[in-house]
Write a protein that binds this ligand. Structure first.
Ligand SMILES: [Zn+2]
Length: 257
């Protein structure tokens, strides 16, 4: 339930230099960010987020990049369903951070609490970009050919790479790997095949592939470390360029500069 709104961040845009083409543009706030009081159980995670400032930075970067006809509201709270996008609102429950903390502990991901905390923050940032991808598809009526979940993972990977936040995407792939390692040895259920998301391992490989493809020199050993065959690695650069180009095409007109 919502308690009281503790922070509302409204980033006001400065209007671009006025020209005829811009006067009628809907240059309003494109993103509204709201944090609500956490439940006692999720308070440490809300504090972790607040102290890191990553969400405020992410939203400021989004605001700098996009000019949208209607704003997207981003809500961080306890006891809400999500992460999800629905009718103009992205819900980001603090419980999501807690659940992934449990997954990383169960998978013995690291002994270092700082590594765990940073991984959870990176994951949260990536998932926010993923949900922004869903929001853009809806608000801008973007045609999606194929699985929307895969398309918006690609969108989140592109944002991570252009903002030089490769770790945001790579941590997300690490969490997916940790999560799937917990189920190692058990059969994939029908429910997992029916899920709108690809399997965690597939999502992990796709994210690694796109980040490698964004800069193969910098990430030279990334794919061999996770065992992707060399002949498939060449595809990643094509996939990255293709994803980048296609998102650029459908978002043309909504990107500043
Ligand atoms: Zn999704």
């Amino acid at each position: 339930m919502f308690y009281k709104c503790i922070v509302i961040i409204s980033i006001l845009l400065t209007l671009p230099a006025l020209g005829f083409s811009q006067i009628n543009n809907t240059v309003a706030e494109s993103f509204i960010l709201e944090f609500y009081q956490p439940s006692p159980e999720t308070e440490p995670y809300a504090l972790l987020l607040a102290e890191s400032g990553i969400i405020e930075e992410a939203v400021a970067d989004l605001e700098d990049l996009f000019s949208l006809p209607v704003p997207i509201k981003i809500v961080f709270a306890s006891g809400i369903e999500g992460p999800q996008y629905y009718q103009g609102v992205i819900n980001m429950p603090y419980e999501f951070l807690m659940q992934n903390d449990l997954i990383l502990s169960a998978a013995q991901f690291s002994d270092d609490p700082e590594v765990i905390a940073q991984t959870i923050l990176n994951l949260t940032e990536f998932v926010l970009y993923h949900e922004v991808g869903h929001a853009l598809v809806d608000i801008l009526d973007i045609p999606v050919l194929g699985k929307e979940e895969d398309a918006v993972d690609g969108f989140a990977a592109i944002l991570s790479s252009i903002w030089e936040l490769d770790e945001v995407a790579l941590s997300t792939a690490d969490v997916m790997n940790a999560s799937s390692s917990l189920n190692a040895g058990s059969d994939i259920t029908d429910a997992e095949f029916w899920d709108s998301h690809s399997l965690d391992e597939q999502r992990m490989f796709t994210i690694f592939c796109l980040i490698y493809g964004s800069n193969p020199k910098e990430h030279a050993s990334l794919l061999s470390d996770i065992g992707m065959p060399a002949e498939q690695q060449d595809r990643c650069q094509y996939d990255y360029n293709n994803t980048y180009r296609n998102w650029g095409r459908v978002l043309e007109g909504y990107i500043k500069n």
